[in-house]
Design a protein around this ligand. Structure first.
Ligand code: NAP
Length: 238
């Protein structure tokens, strides 16, 4: 059931974000794609049939830069109207010991994985609350619930994103706004330099299949919310 029309997806140039954009466009949504890679975003739109192109747009933004993140929503709203759904999907993490992280790298990681979702939520919520209509989906990770050595900054940010998501839902649901956190296990994407398509689906989620389940979330009846969706490949150790 289609409850919403206009969706902003961050991290839309590849991986899960690009799959989300494809799934949303196929189901008739107007989608604004955001990432740093202008060429990838532009290519996705150029490949669309003309009938879908008018419902597609993109913005280039480095979400590790808090000023850029805050400016993004103003610029986008001016050209695209108000959003019904924000999907905070952009994220990155590296597998290395804490002592090898510089202070700047730590700050950039927290900005991208935790502060940007908060800034974007803060920017879209006033419009959603005025319309009593809207949804925020935060793509966290199963690492929002469990530890992993050599990924402490990323795990900390994802724990924070889950706490933010759960708390915000309780704050805004009385205004007619839903907030959902998605906690995927391993995804077969380019995350941390991996080669997309190189992992067996028994232990890595395929982006298109996962994206479909996330779009299902936003198509629940208005009176229903899945506040947390944990989803794993069956044979991942979790
Ligand atoms: P991915 O293939 O590496 O894609 C990450 C996306 O985020 C890209 O579109 C990238 O675009 C964007 N991004 C990265 N840094 C950015 C920045 N500074 N500013 C704006 N956009 C930025 O990874 P993925 O697996 O699809 O990850 C999607 C989400 O799922 C992330 O939140 C990730 O933490 C989460 N997740 C991943 C896994 C996994 O195993 N891969 C598991 C659980 C959760 P540009 O480079 O063009 O900016």
């Amino acid at each position: 059931m289609k409850v919403y029309q206009r969706v902003l997806v961050t991290g839309a140039s590849r991986g899960l974000g690009a799959a989300l954009v494809r799934a949303l466009r196929e189901r008739g949504y107007s989608v604004m794609s955001v990432a740093r890679s202008e060429g990838e975003l532009r290519r996705e739109i150029d490949l669309l049939p003309a009938s879908q192109r008018e419902r597609a747009d993109f913005r280039v933004c480095d979400l590790a830069d808090p000023r850029a993140a805050a400016a993004l929503v103003d610029s986008v709203q001016a050209h695209f109207g108000d959003f019904d759904v924000l999907i905070n999907n952009a994220g990155a993490g590296s597998f290395k010991p804490l002592v090898q992280w510089s202070a700047d790298e730590l700050a950039a990681g927290l900005h991208l994985n935790l502060l940007a979702p908060m800034l974007l939520a803060r920017a879209v919520l006033p419009g959603m609350m005025a319309r009593r209509h809207g949804m925020i989906v935060n793509i966290a990770s199963d690492l929002a619930r469990r530890p992993l050595a050599n990924m402490a900054p990323y795990v900390a940010a994802k724990h924070g994103l889950l706490g933010f998501s759960s708390s915000l839902l309780r704050e805004v649901k009385a205004h007619g706004i839903k907030v959902s956190a998605v906690l995927p296990g391993i995804i077969d994407s380019a995350f941390d330099g991996a080669v997309p398509g190189s992992k067996d689906e028994a232990w890595a989620l395929k982006c298109d299949a996962l994206a479909g389940r996330i779009v299902d979330l936003i198509e629940l009846p208005g009176s229903m919310v899945i506040d947390e969706l944990a989803i794993h490949p069956l044979h991942q150790d979790f």
